[in-house]
Design a protein around this ligand. Structure first.
Ligand SMILES: *Cc1c(COP(=O)(O)O)cnc(C)c1O
Length: 479
């Protein structure tokens, strides 16, 4: 058999296999709660992938069998309700089906006059409605909030330095300084680095007892930088910090930015979708006054990885930050090259997948109210876990529980080491997957309840597992 195209020789066979794969993934999601959350990847499995570049074909069934045997059992585990590590969404079968449909169409959402772009435009309109942004607003889907926060820095930089920064770069430009709390996500300093502004020009302002940015300290820092001849240009508030779920005082930040003429960006990676939950939305007051917002759909929105949105209040400035003329991307009044501006004019990516389909299908199928309920439920579970911890003398809470993130630790000598060991034990046991972070320099077990499948018994199983491992470690004779 020697064909030069890549379509199947036997469509019947590929259909049969494809349907089996689909059923297998339905089984996987339906049975997500069964089995361990995670298992270590054995060396034999890692070794099984190592081979030279395959020159000869293999059967699809054989390759799929390798996927079943070598990949599925050793996945991250964030589909499992016992997964509470980092800030991971659980995904849905609706999103999974959307990925398959998008893969079939293989649309390139960089631009051109296609219906897929209307979905992306509609998502931007929905975001505009949700966040009460004006008609002038624009948005673009990106991989995650890391990218969306970088876009915010670039648009704010373009505003501060004008069109010339795109030609001349930063040579001769004033020193731009940005501000966020010490609890801001690590992608913010990275964005400053990538934008050529330097991590040292991000001031990490101290936080209050609720881990929110100290407004007075922020004002002092801005004044000090101005006095030193630098140019403050951007304040980044966080709606739901990655460590503790803290929400900065967005109203105070909006006021300060308006008075001072600074760009006000909100990193709402997971927290901004709290707008869908009536219980949480009031706590996000001030978000509607942001100049730009970063928000993930793959966390609280449960859309399969990856999908996030960068939303800018001033669509013209957003466009002026990224749009560039290229002969091969000429726009026309009609034909497939019509419909300008395109998503590629609003960011750094030209070729882009059809992320919009899984976001659009998720929002359509579940609706905002139901998604909001699942968001509110993860916060209620956070309180349930906090209460359970308060009843366990061996455990102590490490930070206030603002939303769905609970930071705590097992008491004992050398607590950093003890808790790191307990968490690793727990991962290897497959019982539950929390992660860790540092709170005031001390290691904390961090349970971020993002998965819509997580329920009270999953939290109790995790706590029981931590207590059992704590007892075993503390009871063991010193090594
Ligand atoms: C997850 C997260 C990010 C990074 O977003 P990605 O989607 O992982 O790129 C940024 N900020 C906060 C607060 C986050 O929780």
């Amino acid at each position: 058999m020697s064909r030069d195209d890549l379509d199947p020789d036997d469509w019947g066979e590929v259909r049969r296999l494809g349907h089996a794969m689909l059923d297998e993934m339905f089984d996987y999601v339906e049975g997500a709660h069964e089995g361990p959350v995670w298992r270590p990847v054995p060396q034999s499995v890692r070794d099984a992938f190592r081979a030279g570049l395959p020159q000869e074909p293999s059967g699809l069934a054989e390759v799929h069998e390798d996927f079943r045997r070598l990949v599925v059992p050793y996945a991250t585990g964030n589909v499992h309700p016992g997964f509470m590590g980092w800030v991971h969404g659980g995904g849905t079968v609706v999103g999974m089906l959307a990925e398959m449909l998008a893969g079939g169409l293989n649309c390139n959402l960089g631009g051109r006059d296609q219906a897929g772009l209307e979905l992306e435009r509609q998502i931007v309109l929905w975001a505009r409605e949700l966040f009460r942004f004006p008609e002038s607003a624009s948005g673009v889907l990106v991989t995650g909030s890391s990218a969306a926060n970088l876009y915010a820095v670039l648009v704010a930089r373009r505003r501060a330095l004008g069109e010339s920064v795109r030609e001349a770069g930063l040579s001769g430009a004033p020193r731009l300084v940005a501000y966020s709390s010490a609890g801001a996500h690590g992608c913010i300093p990275q964005a400053m680095d990538a934008a050529g502004l330097g991590r040292a020009n991000l001031r990490l302002v101290g936080t209050d007892a609720r881990h929110r940015i100290e407004i007075a300290q922020l004002k002092t820092a801005i004044a000090a930088d101005r006095a030193a001849g630098a140019q403050p240009f951007l304040v980044i508030g966080t709606a739901g910090t990655v460590d503790t779920g803290a929400i900065d005082d967005l109203v105070a930040l909006a006021d300060l930015c308006r008075e001072d003429g600074l760009w006000f960006h909100v990193d709402g990676a997971f927290g901004a979708l709290g707008m869908l939950a009536p219980e949480i939305a009031p706590r996000l007051e001030g978000l509607e006054r942001a100049d730009s917002i970063a928000v993930d759909f793959h966390k609280w929105g449960q859309v399969p990885y990856d999908a996030a949105l960068f939303l800018a209040r001033d669509g013209a400035l957003h466009l002026a930050t990224f749009a560039a003329p290229n002969a091969y991307l000429r726009r026309e009044p009609r034909g497939l090259a019509a419909g300008s501006p395109w998503p590629c004019d609003y960011g750094l990516e030209l070729s882009r997948g059809f992320r919009a389909l899984k976001v659009w299908m998720t929002l359509r199928v579940y609706g905002g109210r139901r998604l909001g309920r699942s968001i509110a439920r993860t916060c209620a579970l956070g309180q349930y876990l906090r209460e359970r911890i308060s009843r366990e003398p061996a455990l102590e809470l490490m930070a206030p529980v603002e939303l769905n993130i609970v930071c705590f630790r097992h008491r004992g000598a050398d607590p950093d080491r003890l808790n790191a060991e307990i968490v690793a034990d727990l991962h290897e046991s497959g019982i539950a997957v929390p992660s860790t972070t540092l709170i005031g320099g001390a290691l904390a077990i961090r349970a971020a309840i993002v998965n819509h499948r997580t329920a009270e018994p999953d939290l109790d199983r995790m706590v029981d597992g931590i207590l059992a491992r704590g007892r075993a470690r503390l009871g063991a004779p010193a090594a």
